[in-house]
Design a protein around this ligand. Structure first.
Ligand code: GLC
Length: 530
């Protein structure tokens, strides 16, 4: 497959002045453990990221979202935070973070980081204090401790399931139970305690004062639980990635919006700083509530992440998502893959078919109005890798009793160069998750000079996207195809019809597959200037 344009030259991109830089920005998600290792321990780190920043500038991204790099015992690979205002030694230190920030900014790349407000690690000082101070103490009130049910308190306080499997309660030696919506190593905080909110504000200011450009907010529909902690009434356990409506007392409760208002008040003191929330709720209306003018700047839209590769699904994903944000000040925010979900190459069928569709999906994603998130490795067309049981590290695997394999498959380290594992990822011999053989052609180095590679397609699309602006208007398309025009004149045509279709009028800017004969193949997309 070839793209119609040669690899573009890198373009200088000084940090633009406007405070709403993020509204049509392309963010690159750095899953820090898997992006690049600056040493030899086989775990990605900040030094590795810093060394690769020029390549991200060449890719053409506007901003980074770096997954948690804070001190953590790694029960959930960093989402169990022991100190929200420091750096985990495996990843570097604060001075290294400052260098990443400074060098990214010098390259015109903004830096956003992960904020994990819903829970802490059980190794945070607060949790030890809560255990030591005992029932009824102010220290214990920072978390959600309750007496058990049943005559002797040996049953959990209510029937809430943990999102990672098993009950959401764990008993401590003095008999009380504490709540953890995720792993037992991730106790939930109680945001009705003023110190908890004050601590979150301190964390925001700590990083904003260092110069970060914003935050991705983890489980942004969590933090507030229904008063009285009533039992859940649904029969089936819903997972984190299922939608949570107001009937689920664990999530999407009204009280959460007060927390977002506090966060917004702090961010408004730092012009240009932004938030993007991870919000899994049951309807577009519920999502819009998080995007009111005094709450989140934006929220991930997961419709492209969950849609099937089918015309009706993709079209509805786009239309519904635009409707959802239409009545809010927020732009849409498109995601094809992330560290929690199977990668889209794999979702779309894997192999050659999956890759062909992923190329087309990239042109769809980048033609849409709003923000776009690229998960590290998307630009190489990385697939999921099924690992043997003994290599699995996700707590979901153990918590589910081995019934859910978890998320390791989409977190394999990025292949940079060479012909064998570890493909330039580390100077060491092995990697924290094993890398497969057969990836010589997938590395960034192998794709760099190939005009037909996924990497070249991403670079070309991100460069051309800088000229694209304006609203989206659906335009007529052949049967089985989807087409829209942006205000600036870009037309996207996506062919899902099962056969080639004639190219419409206009100058071809970029195609995901060879369209030189005037026909767009099946499972392909084209950008035209009309
Ligand atoms: C979010 C993260 C996920 C993590 C969970 C608990 O959904 O994306 O990786 O396990 O929150 O913090």
């Amino acid at each position: 497959m070839t793209s119609t344009l040669p690899i573009p030259a890198p373009i200088p991109a000084p940090i633009p002045a406007p405070t709403d830089w993020w509204r049509d920005a392309v963010f690159y998600q750095v899953y820090i453990r898997s992006f690049a290792d600056g040493g030899d321990d086989g775990v990605g780190d900040l030094a590795g990221l810093r060394a690769r920043l020029p390549e991200l500038a060449r890719l053409g991204v506007d901003a980074l979202w770096i997954n948690p790099f804070f001190p953590s015992p790694m029960a959930d690979h960093g989402y169990d935070v022991a100190d929200p205002r420091d750096v985990e030694p495996v990843f570097g230190d604060l001075a290294e973070f400052d260098r990443v920030l400074g060098e990214a900014h010098a390259l015109g790349i903004r830096v956003t980081i992960d904020l994990v407000p819903n829970h802490t690690s059980d190794q945070r000082d607060w949790f030890a204090q809560a255990l030591a101070a005992g029932p009824g103490s102010p220290e214990r009130a920072r978390y959600v401790f309750r007496d058990g049910a049943g005559l002797d308190g040996t049953k959990p306080p209510n029937n809430w399931p943990s999102i990672f499997g098993g009950p959401a309660w764990t008993r401590v030696p003095d008999g009380q139970w504490y709540l953890h919506l995720f792993a037992p190593e991730q106790p939930d905080l109680d945001f009705t305690h003023p110190e908890v909110l004050a601590d979150l504000e301190e964390t925001l200011r700590f990083w904003l004062d260092r110069g970060v450009d914003g935050f991705r907010i983890d489980v942004a529909h969590g933090m507030a639980k229904a008063p009285g902690l009533p039992d859940v009434t649904f029969d089936e356990e819903t997972g984190i990635f299922d939608d949570h409506g107001p009937d689920d007392p664990r999530l999407d409760q009204d009280g959460v919006h007060d927390i977002h208002r506090m966060v917004r008040r702090v961010l408004d003191e730092y012009p240009g700083a932004m938030t993007v929330g991870e919000v899994w709720v049951s309807s577009e209306e519920r999502l819009a509530r998080y995007l009111r003018p005094d709450e989140l700047h934006s929220a991930f839209n997961f419709r492209l992440l969950t849609a099937d590769w089918a015309l009706a699904d993709l079209r509805a994903a786009v239309a519904d998502s635009l409707d959802a944000v239409g009545a809010t000040p927020a732009p849409a925010c498109w995601v094809l893959s992330n560290h929690d979900r199977p990668r889209h190459v794999t979702r779309y069928g894997g192999g050659e078919v999956g890759t062909r569709r992923a190329r087309a999906a990239a042109l769809l994603q980048f033609a849409l109005p709003g923000m776009a998130f690229v998960y590290n490795g998307d630009e190489l067309g990385m697939p999921d890798v099924e690992l043997p049981d003994e290599a699995l590290t996700d707590p979901v695997w153990t918590r589910s009793g081995g019934t859910e394999r978890g998320r390791d498959a989409c977190r394999i380290p990025v292949p940079w160069s060479g012909t064998e594992p570890p493909y330039g990822f580390t100077t060491g011999a092995s990697t924290w998750l094993p890398m497969p053989g057969g990836w010589a052609g997938l590395t960034a180095a192998a794709q760099d000079g190939d005009p037909g590679s996924m990497l070249s397609l991403y670079r070309a699309a991100l460069r051309l996207r800088r000229e694209v602006s304006g609203g989206l208007e659906w335009v007529p398309a052949p049967d089985g195809c989807l087409a829209f025009r942006r205000g600036s004149g870009l037309v996207l045509l996506l062919n899902l019809s099962g056969r080639p279709v004639p190219l419409p009028e206009g100058q071809v800017l970029l195609a995901s597959a060879d369209a030189a004969d005037g026909q767009l193949p099946d499972d392909a997309a084209v950008w035209l200037q009309a």
